[in-house]
Design a protein around this ligand. Structure first.
Ligand code: PSV
Ligand code: MN
Ligand code: MN
Length: 389
C-alpha cells in the first residue's frame, strides 16, 4: 500500500452526503410501524435532527425534502430555518404514489386529466425548488402493472416521455431532473422505469439537465451494480445516488450494513469515473428508513459507513493495480484491490476527525450528548414518515 492516509484526507474533507427528511420520521413495514420516542413532529424538527448528524460528522450538509410530506406555507422561511441550523435544503422528491387517482399510473396514465395532475404536481415541486434553492428534482414513480395485458407497455412509455418533457421544460438553468429506476414494487409485472437503460433512454431524450438516479436497493439480487455505476459515469449520465442496503428487496437499510464489500466496489467505480471530483455531477444521498433502530444514530452510522469505504477506496494503489491488470496478473490485481478493502481506516479517521475539532467517534458522541433524551422528553406524537404502514 503506497497511498498514505494523509494524502487522501483532502478528498475526504470534501465529502458530502445528503440526508432524506423521511429517515427521521417513523417508518415500518406493512405489518407494523413502531413509534420511536423523540420522533420529529414537523419538518423543522426533522431539520434539527439532520443538523445534529452534520454537527457530529461534518458529512451531511443538506437535507432532501419530500413533497407533500414536508409541505409548508413558506419555503423561504424553511430555508432560513435550515440555514440557522447550519444545513441546506437539498433534493426535492415528488410523490405520485399516495393518491387514489394514481392507482393505474401517474405520468403514464391514459386519462389526460390525471396525467396533467401528476405533471402539475411536479411543477409545484419546481416552485418549491425555486424557493429553497434546491438543485435537483427527483422523480421516482410507482407506475406499472400487475398483469400481462393490463396496460399497453409502449403507450405508457410514450406518455411518460411526453410528461417528462413537459416537466423538463419547466426547469431553471441551474436545476436538474434525476429519474430513479426500480425493477419492481409496488407494481409486480412491470414498472415503467424498471432499469438504468430505461431511465437513461428517457433522460437522454430530454437533455443535459436530466440524469439517472441510482438507488442501490432497486436491483435484482446478484446485479453487478458497480458495472452500472461505471457505465453511467462513462456516459456522463449518473446524476445521483440513493444509498441504502438490502438483503432481499427494497429494504432501505443502513448503507454498507448488508454488504460492505459491495459498497466498496461501487465507490471504487465512482472514484475511477471521477465521481468524487469537485466538478462531478454526482450527488450522493441516503434513502433509508429506520424501522427498529434510532433514527439519528442510524443516519450517523450510514454517513460514517460511506466515509470509511471511501477512505478505503482512495487507498487503492491504482498504479500497481493498472500494472497488474495490464500484465494479466489476475490474482495480483485482485489482491491489490482486496488489500485496500481490508485496511482498517477507523483509527486514522478518528484521529483526523479530532484534528478537525470533530468527535473521534460520532456514534459515541451522540450517545453521550443527551440529545436523544432531550427530544424524547420534548416531542410527543411524532410523525409517521411515509408509505411504509
Ligand atoms: C420507493 O422505492 C422509494 O424508496 C424510492 O427509492 C424513492 O427514492 C423513495 O421511495 C422516496 O420517494
Ligand atoms: Mn430511492
Ligand atoms: Mn426505494
Amino acid at each position: 500500500m503506497t497511498t498514505s492516509f494523509t494524502s487522501i484526507a483532502p478528498q475526504l474533507e470534501a465529502q458530502a452526503i445528503e440526508l432524506p427528511s423521511w429517515a427521521f420520521g417513523n417508518s415500518g413495514t406493512r405489518f407494523k410501524v413502531f413509534g420511536t420516542p423523540g420522533t420529529p413532529r414537523t419538518i423543522q424538527e426533522k431539520l434539527a435532527d439532520a443538523a445534529k448528524v452534520n454537527e457530529l460528522t461534518a458529512l451531511a450538509p443538506k437535507v432532501a425534502l419530500h413533497i407533500p410530506w414536508d409541505k409548508v406555507d413558506d419555503y423561504q422561511a424553511l430555508r432560513g430555518v435550515a440555514a440557522d441550523l447550519g444545513v441546506e435544503l437539498g433534493t426535492v422528491n415528488s410523490n405520485t404514489f399516495q393518491n387514489d387517482d394514481y392507482k393505474f399510473g401517474s405520468l403514464t396514465h391514459t386519462d389526460s386529466a390525471i396525467r396533467q395532475q401528476a405533471i402539475d404536481h411536479h411543477f409545484e415541486c419546481i416552485d418549491v425548488m425555486d424557493a429553497t434553492g434546491s438543485q435537483d428534482l427527483k422523480i421516482w414513480l410507482a407506475d406499472g402493472t400487475n398483469y400481462p395485458g393490463q396496460g399497453d407497455l409502449r403507450g405508457r412509455q410514450d406518455r411518460l416521455a411526453d410528461s417528462l418533457e413537459q416537466i423538463y421544460a419547466r426547469l431553471g438553468d441551474d436545476q436538474r431532473m434525476v429519474l430513479e429506476y426500480k425493477f419492481f414494487e409496488p407494481a409486480f409485472y412491470h414498472t415503467d422505469v424498471p432499469d438504468w437503460g430505461t431511465s437513461y433512454a428517457q433522460v437522454t431524450a430530454l437533455g443535459d439537465k436530466a440524469m439517472v438516479c441510482l438507488d442501490t436497493g432497486h436491483h435484482a439480487p446478484g446485479t453487478n451494480i458497480e458495472f452500472i455505476v461505471m457505465q453511467l459515469l462513462r456516459l456522463g449520465k449518473l446524476g445521483s445516488f440513493d444509498f441504502n442496503s438490502r438483503f432481499y428487496a427494497d429494504d432501505d437499510l443502513i448503507v454498507g450494513a448488508a454488504d460492505p464489500f459491495q459498497l466498496f466496489r461501487i465507490l471504487y467505480e465512482v472514484n475511477r469515473g471521477r465521481g468524487f471530483d469537485a466538478d462531478s455531477p454526482v450527488a450522493f444521498m441516503l434513502d433509508q428508513c429506520h424501522n427498529v433502530e434510532d433514527k439519528i444514530p442510524g443516519q450517523i452510522r450510514s454517513v460514517l459507513n460511506v466515509q470509511e469505504m471511501t477512505a478505503r477506496v482512495l487507498l487503492v494503489d491504482t498504479v500497481a493495480l493498472t500494472a497488474a491488470q495490464n500484465a494479466g496478473d489476475v490474482l495480483g490485481a485482485n489482491s491489490i484491490l482486496m488489500d485496500a478493502f481490508y485496511t482498517d481506516v477507523r483509527p486514522d479517521l478518528a484521529a483526523w476527525r479530532e484534528s478537525r475539532g470533530l468527535p473521534a467517534d460520532p456514534m459515541a458522541a451522540y450517545a453521550a450528548s443527551g440529545y436523544q433524551q432531550e427530544i424524547a422528553a420534548a416531542r410527543v406524537g411524532g410523525q409517521q414518515a411515509s408509505w411504509g404502514a
